[in-house]
Unconditional design. Structure first.
Length: 325
């Protein structure tokens, strides 16, 4: 019997900071995720009153408490917040802090405190993974040398120990703009990070866009794969535009020199470059247990993408698990 559980990422419903702020919008999205066949939802960290689902303080402000949000979730026929994606380099209005940098030792204590807050809420919401962005974009910093890798490892080891104390794992999410994509930086970080408290979140589309085969990646890092985000990719960054300054805006958002209209799509999309069935077979082969979070970043029609993703899971992916002894 497979230990894989299916969740869906809610991030695609918020294309602009002032969108997706009303409770009825959240209710519709969560019910859509439920009817598409998913049992959990992955939240995206955010700050301020425009992000009612962005952090534990906002959940309390908008739903009375974390337990109040869980009750709302259950009313929408979902059982858990599987995970929370957190980029510490985003400022926090609730804490009156600017970006926290994992390359700055002075920021580690604040990062540990923030991660502990998310982990405490996740534990109450039935979740098990805090997904973190472990390093800045490659175009915004110098290449990571040994000293920088050691600093990152110290930071994420401390965060991992804090979340583990809550029963929540810390998983590093390497996106296609990450400084860890450069050279052997990721391998060096994994060598230094404590494998008991720091793992990997495999994002299939981000890896494909970066020119990395997610199936081979899963097989290479069998014991470190603690979380999976399954989405399709529609283009590859073959020109290494991730090295451009401010590539989040110029490449990821605006599409780079080719003006790629959309990097990501739901699994099974026309023109998709990710073999999602092969990914799932690899997860089964290595004995993966945990959440598979389906995503469709940048979707122009989020509800339709969720339903199409649910169809792909039910018709193509779940049968792979059912055929597993």
């Amino acid at each position: 019997m497979s230990g894989i559980r299916w969740s869906y990422a809610i991030n695609q419903w918020k294309p602009q900071f002032d969108d997706f702020v009303r409770r009825e919008q959240h209710e519709r999205a969560l019910k859509t995720i439920s009817i598409a066949g998913f049992e959990g939802v992955e939240l995206n960290a955010g700050t301020g009153r425009w992000e009612p689902l962005g952090n534990p303080q906002q959940l309390a402000a908008n739903f009375g408490s974390t337990a109040g949000f869980l009750a709302f979730l259950e009313e929408c026929a979902l059982g858990a917040v599987s995970s929370w994606f957190w980029d510490p380099q985003e400022r926090s209005m609730e804490h009156l802090t600017g970006p926290l940098n994992p390359l700055d030792p002075d920021d580690v204590a604040a990062m540990v405190g923030r991660a502990d807050e998310y982990a405490a809420a996740l534990a109450e919401l039935g979740g098990s993974v805090l997904v973190v962005r472990p390093a800045p974009g490659a175009g915004d910093i110098d290449p990571l040398d040994d000293a920088a890798i050691a600093t990152l490892a110290t930071c994420w080891n401390a965060v991992g120990r804090a979340t583990a104390a809550r029963g929540v794992r810390t998983a590093l999410h390497v996106d296609f703009l990450s400084a860890l994509r450069r050279g052997d930086a990721l391998a060096a970080l994994l060598d230094r990070a404590d494998r008991d408290v720091v793992g990997l979140a495999v994002d299939t589309a981000e890896l494909v866009i970066a020119g990395i085969d997610p199936v081979a990646f899963i097989r290479q890092h069998t014991d470190r794969v603690w979380h999976v985000q399954l989405k399709d990719a529609l283009a590859v960054d073959a020109a290494e535009e991730y090295l451009e300054p401010h590539a989040h805006w110029t490449v990821r958002v605006r599409g780079g020199a080719r003006e790629v209209p959309r990097w990501f799509a739901e699994p099974g999309a026309d023109g998709g470059l990710v073999d999602c069935a092969a990914v799932l077979r690899a997860l089964v082969d290595v004995g993966y247990t945990g959440w598979v979070v389906v995503e469709s970043d940048q979707s122009p029609h989020p509800a339709a993408s969720a339903l199409l993703a649910g169809y792909e899971v039910q018709q193509t992916l779940r049968p792979i698990l059912e055929r597993t002894p």
